[in-house]
Write a protein that binds this ligand. Structure first.
Ligand code: FPP
Length: 259
């Protein structure tokens, strides 16, 4: 496919990727970064494509480049919001194309993930995905299970409110069998019962395409996350934009409610 030049690639005050990277403090990298990948449809329209799926397809290149870069920069986890529970209300044609893309991605990416020592995990109502996607997910998770570097966590059929509902159900079952008392429930109990507690809360959440919304993404875990919003559309999001987000993060004063 021939791609027209990027319509918007604002660098960080005109700095090059190398200049931004030189300003980053490796000891103050976020451990866990979440990305709300947005703007695929707009990108496709601006490129003159009739089908929104062309934007999702182009977004795969961004997923690959950003996963690799995050691993190289020493992040422990990267969570990508790939499909929300609300996305099931999109036209069936787009859903089918997205699911086919996901399945292909999962099989095709095994070598790339392994050569970058990245382990794949997922969070969400995975049982809602088509059987082929669930099989591909299980395959790639198993094929990358031995990797010891960064964790790539795909949020699939994911909804933050629903995740909390599921956590409450798990806790209620513990109470029902007498393993827990209501007064023993605290914030840690909730956190432990989220889909992927081992990842820890995201320190930084990036959202592309200039949308200032959380859209039900990790709403429990993002209580103290820093947010970086960029006008860049997801298919155009490259390492330089990631570095700019990391520098923005490092310039914040995280007080967690203190002074
Ligand atoms: C939002 O753009 C993006 C999505 C709903 C899907 C994200 C999926 C990908 C980047 C590709 C698949 C990813 C993996 C990991 C296989 P939008 O369609 O809402 O864009 P718009 O707001 O411009 O319409």
């Amino acid at each position: 496919m021939s791609i027209k030049p990027a319509t918007s690639t604002p660098a960080w005050n005109g700095m090059s990727a190398e200049e931004i990277e030189a300003q980053l403090d490796p000891s103050r990298m976020p451990r866990h970064v979440g990305i709300i990948m947005d703007g695929n449809g707009r990108w496709a329209r601006r490129q003159g494509f009739m089908e929104r799926i062309r934007g999702h397809e182009a977004g795969i290149d961004s997923v690959r480049e950003i996963t690799r870069a995050c691993g190289e920069l020493g992040l422990q986890a990267l969570s990508l919001y790939a499909f929300s529970k609300e996305n099931w209300s999109r036209p069936q044609r787009e859903i089918d194309a997205l699911m086919a893309l996901l399945e292909r991605f999962l099989y095709n990416e095994v070598d790339e993930l392994n050569s970058n020592n990245v382990r794949l995990t997922a969070c969400g109502a995975i049982q809602d995905l088509p059987a082929g996607c669930q099989k591909a997910l299980a395959h790639t998770m198993q094929a990358t299970a031995g990797n010891t570097g960064m964790i790539l966590n795909l949020a699939l059929s994911y909804g933050g409110r629903y995740e909390i509902v599921e956590a409450v159900r798990k806790i209620a079952r513990e109470i029902a069998v007498g393993a827990l008392k209501p007064d023993e429930i605290d914030e840690d109990t909730l956190s432990r019962n989220m889909y992927r507690p081992e990842l820890g809360d995201p320190d930084l959440i990036i959202r592309t395409s200039d949308e200032f919304r959380v859209s039900n993404f990790m709403i429990w875990q993002s209580a103290y996350s820093e947010f970086h919003i960029t006008p860049v559309l997801w298919p155009e999001f490259r390492k330089i934009h990631l570095l700019a987000a990391l520098l923005d993060y490092q310039r914040r004063d995280r007080r967690f409610g203190g002074v």
